[in-house]
Design a protein around this ligand. Structure first.
Ligand SMILES: [Zn+2]
Length: 274
């Protein structure tokens, strides 16, 4: 990895959890390392009202050192859906009015652990889809073990929504085509670098139209396997995003540079990044 910025193939990390406590004391160096690894823009993932405010504050704090580089989403993750109450819609609307907020998310359904009940998740999800419609903002989606229901809810709202991305996609080929039929963008993480668990994704990634593909680290989670093997580092960070693109390129006809350029232009347009 070169340490100089090469603008023609700079990357955008559309999903990084910079509000996570593991980044608390290291934010500046994390963003510097991202920049040196040719990751030119980052979109922080918001997971609750408070967390979305934290994301905005990080954008503000870092804007002096890193102008036009860091943005955030605003939303309530399905795990936090139980926090969604009668004031949430207006609270989120107020939070989303900040100029650093570029999407509503991450929102959706996660029936894997049901940290919030399915009913609570559906209420929070539908209300936030309405919020995105009202604000004309794109949507950053999360889904785990809930494809059928997520698709049903999404289908009823899709016509009113602008752009929608399903982040950290790891589903089946059928699920992928269902999302593509709804004209969704697909976010791919370092999950694809995992020999065992990334197998299906390696086979599926070639089916994503290049104009619907975006990349993300989901840092500090999902450390690519190759880093696990070669260093003691156990925390993922945006500087490792090029590894995701390198792996994707092994399973697609385009070169690394072409994938970099295209995912960057997709993300720039999707989030309307200036
Ligand atoms: Zn997620």
């Amino acid at each position: 990895m070169s340490s100089t910025i090469r603008s023609e193939n700079a990357l955008i990390d559309i999903g990084v959890n910079l509000t996570h406590r593991s980044f608390e004391k290291t934010l500046i160096s994390i963003v510097n390392r991202a920049k040196n690894a040719n990751v030119s823009k980052l979109v922080i993932t918001g997971i609750s009202e408070l967390d979305s405010i934290k994301g905005i504050n990080i954008c503000k704090d870092l804007s002096k050192n890193f102008p036009n580089m860091i943005y955030t989403t605003c939303g309530i993750h399905p795990h936090h859906a139980k926090e969604y109450n009668s004031e949430s819609f207006n609270n989120l609307k107020e939070i989303a009015s900040d100029k650093s907020v570029v999407a509503i998310g991450e929102i959706g359904l996660d029936f894997n652990r049901n940290i919030s009940t399915p009913k609570e998740q559906e209420i929070a999800f539908e209300n936030q889809l309405q919020l995105a419609t009202e604000l004309g903002l794109p949507v950053f989606l999360h889904e785990r073990d809930a494809h059928k229901r997520q698709l049903e809810i999404l289908s009823t709202h899709r016509a009113q929504l602008k752009n929608v991305v399903i982040h950290c996609f790891t589903g089946t080929k059928a699920a992928l085509f269902n999302y593509l039929d709804l004209d969704l963008y697909i976010g791919i993480t370092g999950w694809i670098c995992d020999e065992r668990r990334g197998g299906e994704l390696k086979n599926n990634v070639g089916n994503i139209p290049i104009n619907r593909l975006m990349v993300e680290t989901d840092a500090p989670y999902l450390l690519p396997n190759i880093i696990k093997k070669t260093s003691k580092n156990r925390i993922n960070e945006p500087a490792f995003l090029p590894l995701v693109v390198e792996e994707i390129a092994k399973h697609r006809p385009e070169s690394i540079i072409e994938i970099s350029k295209k995912t960057t232009s997709n993300s720039t347009q999707f989030f309307n990044l200036i």
